[in-house]
Design a protein around this ligand. Structure first.
Ligand code: PHE
Length: 443
């Protein structure tokens, strides 16, 4: 009998833990900053609701109905179905994401430790830009912290679904929610913070004319929710029949979005109050924000808490990504969970080393015109995740019969069920295809 979540709350919190991560804080802040704020936010919310949510319900349903790993999720029509290739692609994709995600999570850990020991603030004399660049150009530290983060994730996954994954999320996610709300509350009391709120919520409609804004909003919706890379089908396989999937998915999508919004309310008011640049790109969280902190009353304390939040949120997402290949190893090779966790983590660590070195030793090695880590991140968000979403929509919408699909996702023939199926059959594939074709220049 497959292991199951201990409770509905445990399942929902673990799944929110998978969704909430670097994407909500580091990536959301810089993508929203670069794409003009409020209007981007609106389009992003639309994509979450009309594309992300239906896909999340579908992926969870595939996982539960498949009753096994992410490959089994695509064998519902028949065992050995060629669709299982989509399952394998998503398993490899999850491992690939984890390989570079762990590197950035390692940066967050390094900053947390630096903030706590005071090193970070001392180094600020030469500016955070220099500090960050020196750090990521090294050959030892980026690999070291990447390894530490992976070891932490492995330890949790080795503990099992209920005793490892569920347990850590049950206490960590509420703590992280309190932290992010507290940070936002404080940032909003700073004089001048209203400009940050304005940036996030007052629309400048001219942004609508920028085609890349839609692309970025879709990529961000996929990345932040974490759909298309077998995480939800794997977590869904541990859900019991009595759980209502649409309701759980709504809670996860809401939780993920709320988290990004509140994190934005912690970052932008502070950035604006102290005259930072909201469009600073991936460096926003690691250079601009610490600079702002230094000028803020109590900023060094805020820094410790902020980077703790970033590290812990990244960890719960890493756990979900690691569980995908680990469950495959357990199911297909009959491996013991702890041994599978160790071996898979080791392999992912090795695959990730070039990413960790991509601004140092391998800085001259540009792949498609960018450092390796940037190219992987770009390729994953713009191609791999949308492709994964497309596969889910096609399989659930067109390959399974409507009766099987609706039943697997706990929909009766009601209006919401019909709407869900229509979104999966038509709206989701159409939007994703247009965006994919645009990103390769076909449209
Ligand atoms: N959703 C996670 C984040 O926002 C990242 C992730 C991507 C997790 C893909 C699972 C799958 O950080």
């Amino acid at each position: 009998m497959r292991e199951q979540w201990g409770s509905q709350t445990g399942f929902v919190l673990a799944t929110i833990g998978a969704a909430v991560g670097l994407g909500n804080i580091w990536r959301f802040a810089y993508i929203a900053g670069e794409n003009g704020g409020a209007v981007f936010l609106l389009i992003y919310l639309l994509f979450v609701l009309l594309i992300g949510l239906p896909l999340m319900i579908a992926e969870l349903a595939l996982g539960r109905r498949g009753g096994g790993d992410a490959v089994a999720a695509f064998e519902i029509d028949r065992t050995g179905s060629p669709w299982r290739l989509a399952g394998w692609v998503s398993v490899v994709g999850a491992a690939l994401i984890l390989s570079y995600y762990a590197v950035i999570a390692g940066w967050a850990l390094k900053y947390f430790l630096g903030a706590a020991t005071g090193d970070l603030w001392q180094a600020a004399e030469g500016g955070f830009g220099g500090y960050f660049d020196r750090f990521i150009a090294g050959s030892v530290e980026p690999v070291l912290w990447q390894g530490v983060m992976l070891a932490l994730a492995a330890a949790v996954v080795a503990g099992g679904v209920k005793k490892g994954i569920e347990r850590i999320n049950l206490w960590l996610m509420p703590v992280l929610a309190v932290i992010v709300i507290g940070l936002a509350g404080y940032a909003l009391t700073l004089p001048g913070s209203a400009k940050g709120v304005h940036f996030l919520f007052a629309p400048d409609w001219s942004v609508l004319a920028r085609p890349e804004m839609y692309l970025n909003a879709l990529g961000q919706a996929f990345f932040s929710l974490g759909i298309g890379m077998a995480v939800f089908s794997t977590y869904g396989s541990y859900v019991g029949r009595n759980s209502r999937l649409p309701r759980s998915a709504v809670a996860v999508a809401l939780g993920d979005t709320a988290f990004a919004l509140v994190a934005g309310l912690a970052i932008f008011p502070a950035v604006f109050a102290l005259g930072g640049d909201p469009a600073a790109g991936p460096r926003l969280a690691f250079i601009t924000f610490p600079q702002v902190l230094l000028a803020m009353p109590g900023g060094t304390w805020i820094g410790i808490v902020f980077f703790l939040l970033l590290t812990a949120a990244a960890l719960t997402s890493m756990i979900s990504l690691l569980e995908v290949p680990v469950s495959v190893a357990c199911d297909r090779l009959g491996a013991m969970r702890s041994r599978a966790a160790l071996t898979v983590t080791l392999i992912i660590f090795l695959i990730g080393i070039p990413s960790a070195l991509s601004y140092g030793l391998l800085a001259d090695w540009q792949v498609f015109g960018r450092p390796l880590l940037d190219t992987i991140d770009h390729g994953v968000s713009n191609f791999l995740l949308p492709f994964g979403g497309l596969a889910i929509a096609a399989y659930v919408g067109w390959r399974l019969t409507p009766v099987v699909a609706l039943e697997a996702a706990d929909f009766s023939g009601s209006l919401s069920g019909r709407l869900w199926l229509w979104l999966l059959r038509v709206a989701v594939p159409l939007t994703i295809s247009v965006i994919l074709m645009r990103s390769v220049g076909v449209l």
